[in-house]
Design a protein around this ligand. Structure first.
Ligand code: MF3
Ligand code: CO
Ligand code: CO
Length: 252
């Protein structure tokens, strides 16, 4: 069941989402060759605590850190580590989810580390654009798949990229992951009709090859990688369906 949030819940989710976005922007200033992903995680913990909130990932289903940091061929759920130093030319997705007064906000973006290749630049550009095109399509009365999968998949296919299928967006706000599951590829299903007050994420994971398949690290149980080793990028916003369209709650 997809929940319709009431106005006091929307107020709380807006505050938390704004904090997540602020934290992400704060972290982005520190990205440079030589820092570790653990350093970014430490900064996030302090920033979020200073604003009276906590990070949702820590201990979520046993996740060991407070943010996800996913570098190059890591699709998502990368675990920050003091042993992982960023290098010139890397791309890194930082995913922040905050809990403020019990409300959740979820956002991520993929950033360049130093100077990146034209191929990586294109991947970031196209992935961000795919998310934005989908967000712009969101309107009450429309089917979720028509606004998300039907827009994102054909768009990225033009660049010979692919949409990761096993992971998707999700309802969010009162819990970390709520209904609906948001597929970023075209499911050809018309089961969810958007209504004002729905809140969910759009967070396409786009692989820089036509192969959408992934593998999950057997040792840590979390790190998701592209099967073929090509890079993958992701951008994520928390979206509110409004009476006239949508509002991006994680935009500053
Ligand atoms: N923030 C991720 C998302 O966008 C979920 C991370 S789950 C975690 O849905 F356990 F790794 F934190
Ligand atoms: Co999410
Ligand atoms: Co997220």
């Amino acid at each position: 069941m997809v929940k319709i949030k009431n106005s006091s819940q929307i107020k709380g989710i807006k505050k938390s989402s704004r904090l997540a976005a602020t934290a992400l922007q704060y972290l982005s200033d520190f990205i440079r060759p030589g820092i570790t992903t653990q350093f970014l995680d430490d900064l996030a913990v302090k920033f979020i605590a200073k604003h009276g909130a906590v990070a949702a990932p820590l201990n979520y289903d046993g996740f060991p850190k407070s943010t996800c940091t996913s570098v190059n061929n890591v699709v998502c759920h990368g675990i920050p580590s003091p042993h992982q130093k960023l290098k010139n030319g890397d791309i890194i997705n930082i995913d922040i989810t905050t809990i403020l007064d019990g409300y959740y906000g979820d956002t991520s973006a993929t950033f360049p580390v130093g100077q990146i290749s034209p191929a990586n630049k294109k991947l970031l550009e196209v992935t961000k654009k795919a998310m934005e095109l989908s967000i712009k399509a969101v309107k009450p009365g429309l089917h979720l798949n028509d606004c998300v999968g039907k827009i994102i998949e054909p768009y990225v296919k033009k660049f010979n990229y692919s949409v990761v299928r096993e992971l998707g967006g999700h309802g969010v706000g009162l819990k970390f992951h709520e209904d609906p599951f948001v597929f970023h590829f075209d499911t050809n299903r018309h089961n969810i009709i958007l209504k004002p007050g729905m809140i969910f994420t759009i967070e396409p994971m786009i692989n820089a090859s036509p192969d959408w398949r992934i593998s999950i690290d057997r040792k840590d149980g979390w790190t998701v990688r592209t099967l073929d080793g090509f890079n993958s990028a992701q951008f994520e916003h928390t979206i509110l369906v409004t009476p006239t369209g949508s509002e991006i709650l994680t935009k500053l």
